[in-house]
Structures are given as C-alpha cells and as structure tokens.
Design a protein around this ligand. Structure first.
Ligand SMILES: CC(C)(COP(=O)(O)OP(=O)(O)OC[C@H]1O[C@@H](n2cnc3c(N)ncnc32)[C@H](O)[C@@H]1OP(=O)(O)O)[C@@H](O)C(=O)NCCC(=O)NCCS
Length: 207
C-alpha cells in the first residue's frame, strides 16, 4: 500500500503589508463571507452564495487542489494576525503554453488601501519568476472600475472587448480582456521598483 502524498501547498509570499499564504481549513467562514457579499460579487462569474454548503466545493479546491501546472490559490492575509482578508488565484495555468489566468477579491472593509495591488505584485512576480510564465490574462467586467484600474496599475493592457460574454443570474455582461506579458513585467520592474518588492521575502510552508 502506498501513502497518498499531502496536497501541494503554494509558497508563502510576504510583502510589506500583507502576506499570500495557502488556505487553511479555518478560512472557510471568511471564504464564505467574501463570496456571499453582494457588493463584492457584483461583477463575479456567479451570484453571491446564500448557504455555506455552496462554498464547500470551491473551498476544497482552493485548499487541496493546487499544483504549479494547474492552479495556485492563495489567501491574502493580514501580516499581524494572519486573518484572511481576500484571495488571489492563478488558474488554468498551462506550463506548455506559458499562460495562466488571474483573479482576485478582497473583503469590502479592506478596499481602497492598496492591499489588492500589493497582492497582485507578489502573485505576478511568482508567476513570471518562479513559474516562468510568459503571459497572464484577466477577464474583467468593464463596469468593474476598481478591478480595471487595479489591472492597469499592475501593467495589464486592455486587449479587447468580448461582447455579451457572460450571463449571470439572468444579466448579460461583456468582458474586457486584459493581458500582461513577462516582458511588460520586466520593463515595469525596471521603471518602477515598488516598496513592497524590496521587502519581499518568500518562504515555503504555512504561516
Ligand atoms: C477589485 C478589488 C480587489 C480592488 O481592491 P482595492 O482595495 O480597491 O484595490 P487597491 O486599493 O489596490 O486599488 C487599486 C486601484 O483602483 C482604484 N479604485 C478603487 N476603487 C475604484 C473605483 N470604484 N473606481 C475607480 N477606481 C477605483 C484605486 O484608486 C487604485 O488606483 P490607484 O493606485 O491609481 O490609486 C476590490 O474592489 C474587490 O475585491 N472587488 C470585488 C471582487 C472583484 O470584483 N474582483 C475582480 C473580479 S475581475
């Protein structure tokens, strides 16, 4: 009989004000709270959850379904107490193609303080550095001004508009399609070294 190996854990990546860390079982309540907030879910790809059972499958995937060649799901955590305040994900990672998709979400009480930008820098540095990816994509509702602005501040380029791409709870919406290349990132690095990157430390394991 062979032992099943433990699930792969994304690395802990520590910035100046927040940390990316693997999800922990005790994040379930915060994960559900995030995905049940109608304002935070306004432009998401599914309606807000209303029952905790709806969180189980996605939470299990975020906790146990990670691998550098498929998806990496990090909790965004406060530096002082490790409390989960959001999440950032690289998903549909294709090592063969060198591409992945990118998603992020913060609890409402943490908006507008630059935490999402810092989380984005840490995750993208990992994507282009350690994973060696060439291109990261983001699918954003063009009405989601905070997300469009965040993506553009991270260096993403709006490459096109996919009309009527989504239907969520009966509402049809477009996709603003964004792309960021490793070469853009290297250039951005050279142009604007950010304080969070000079303080970056990366460790392996939980925090
Ligand atoms: C998208 C999200 C993570 C941004 O979080 P945030 O805390 O506002 O992000 P930051 O503080 O890092 O700000 C990013 C930029 O967006 C700008 N911004 C924030 N809210 C904005 C708004 N409503 N309209 C226009 N710009 C806005 C900020 O000023 C900042 O730009 P700046 O650096 O030029 O000042 C947050 O709004 C969120 O979790 N939304 C719900 C989930 C979601 O929609 N995720 C994205 C799905 S594609």
């Amino acid at each position: 009989m062979t032992d099943t190996p433990p699930p792969y854990r994304p690395p802990v990546i520590t910035g100046a004000r927040i940390r990316l860390r693997p999800y922990r079982p005790d994040d379930l309540a915060a994960f559900f709270a995030l995905h049940s907030d109608p304002e935070a879910m306004r432009y998401w790809s599914h309606p807000p959850w209303t029952r905790i059972e709806q969180a189980h499958s996605k939470f299990d995937s975020s906790l146990n379904g990670n691998a550098p060649d498929s998806q990496l799901c990090w909790a965004i955590a406060a530096l002082d107490d490790g409390r989960m305040i959001g999440g950032v994900t690289l998903f549909r990672i294709s090592a063969e193609q060198g591409v992945a998709e990118f998603g992020y979400m913060l609890e409402r009480g943490s908006w507008g303080r630059g935490f999402a930008r810092e989380a984005g820098v840490l995750a993208l540095d990992h994507a282009f550095g350690d994973l060696g990816l060439r291109r990261i994509e983001a699918d954003i509702d063009p009405r989601n001004l905070a997300s469009c602005r965040l993506a553009e501040r991270l260096g993403f380029v709006r490459e096109g508009l996919l009309r009527e791409r989504w239907q969520v709870a009966g509402e049809i919406s477009d996709t603003a399609f964004y792309g960021l290349l490793a070469s853009d990132w290297t250039q951005r690095d050279a142009d604007t070294p950010t304080p969070e990157k000079t303080l970056l430390r990366q460790t392996v394991g939980d925090s």
